[in-house]
Design a protein around this ligand. Structure first.
Ligand code: OGA
Ligand code: MN
Length: 284
């Protein structure tokens, strides 16, 4: 059977049909779809941790522990997999229960941020817990020319510290980072408009979660510009909403999209996901 890629609900995201993620021979078509769409979805196929790691590693080297994440969320025996979950074992959280509940691009605060993320659904709530994706290449292309000129060649600062302080202040139950991890949360500068190293397409590379300011602007000017870019980025025509089913695997390109996990009733339902992250290059 051939591999087919279909646009989902008229959005930019693509559903990959007929591909076996465990088959090396199918990867070229899957990778092409990933570059074309920025978010790809494969459904109805549970993946073992080993299969997910093997599939993810075809995109590039995998990222293990990070300063921005407690080691407790790593899967025992498979540190390439982070567990996003509200499950508990012996009263202890098995993973991160409140990851990504805001617009962000994964690890944009690192010098060589994550190229892409692969998330696999093991258990999902019957309602809530969707993930939103905004296409920042489309957002860039549809900006007015005067805004494009204002951001051309400029850089913005990114840090995880801002979000970490916010979630802890709001009473997050996540395991706190160690003092060494907190000390390693530095500020990193990246171009506001980045060029995709594989497609050559330009995309915005700023997000409300981790971007703090624009280089060479005062705070008022910088905040106004970033707010304008965010409002434009999350217009409904730039956003794909993924409603999860068990057995879904979604791979997204952090060089092109930002994402936002939606809440759900954690007292009633369980959401248990396996995440792998692929190392990327320095944005330019
Ligand atoms: C992530 C993330 C979103 C989700 O894995 O990086 O932000 O819906 N997850 O769980
Ligand atoms: Mn994320």
């Amino acid at each position: 059977m051939g591999i087919d890629v279909r646009r989902i609900d008229g959005s930019f995201a693509g559903e990959v049909l007929g591909a076996d993620l465990e088959r090396e021979a199918d990867f070229a078509a899957v990778h092409r779809a990933f570059l074309d769409h920025g978010v790809i979805v494969a459904r109805d196929r549970p993946l073992s941790p080993e299969a997910q790691i093997a599939f993810s590693a075809r995109f590039g080297p995998l990222m293990g522990r990070r300063p921005s994440m407690s080691d407790k969320a790593l899967m025992p025996g498979h540190p390439e997999i982070t567990i996003l979950s509200n499950r508990k074992r012996n009263g202890e959280a098995v993973g991160l229960a409140d990851a990504g509940r805001y617009w962000h691009s994964d690890l944009c605060f690192e010098e060589n941020p994550n190229l892409g993320t692969i998330l696999h659904a093991v258990e999902v709530p019957p309602e809530g817990g969707d993930t939103l994706f905004a296409d920042l290449a489309l957002a860039y292309e549809t900006l007015p020319d005067d805004v494009k000129r204002r951001i051309e060649g400029r850089r913005a600062a990114h840090t995880f510290a801002k979000h970490y302080r916010d979630v802890m202040a709001q009473g997050s139950k996540r395991t706190p980072l160690t003092p060494e991890q907190v000390a390693a949360l530095k500020t990193t500068w990246h171009p506001i408009v980045r060029t995709h190293p594989e497609t050559g397409r330009k995309a915005l590379y700023v997000n409300p979660g981790h971007t703090t300011c624009v280089e060479g602007m005062n705070e008022v000017e910088s905040t106004a510009l970033l707010d304008l870019l965010y409002a434009h980025s999350v217009r409904p025509e730039h956003v794909y909403r993924h409603t999860w089913r068990v057995g879904d695997t979604v791979a997204w390109d952090n060089r092109r999209v930002m994402h936002n996990a939606q809440g759900y009733d954690m007292a009633r339902y369980t959401r248990h996901m396996h995440r792998t992250c692929v190392h990327g290059d320095r944005p330019f």
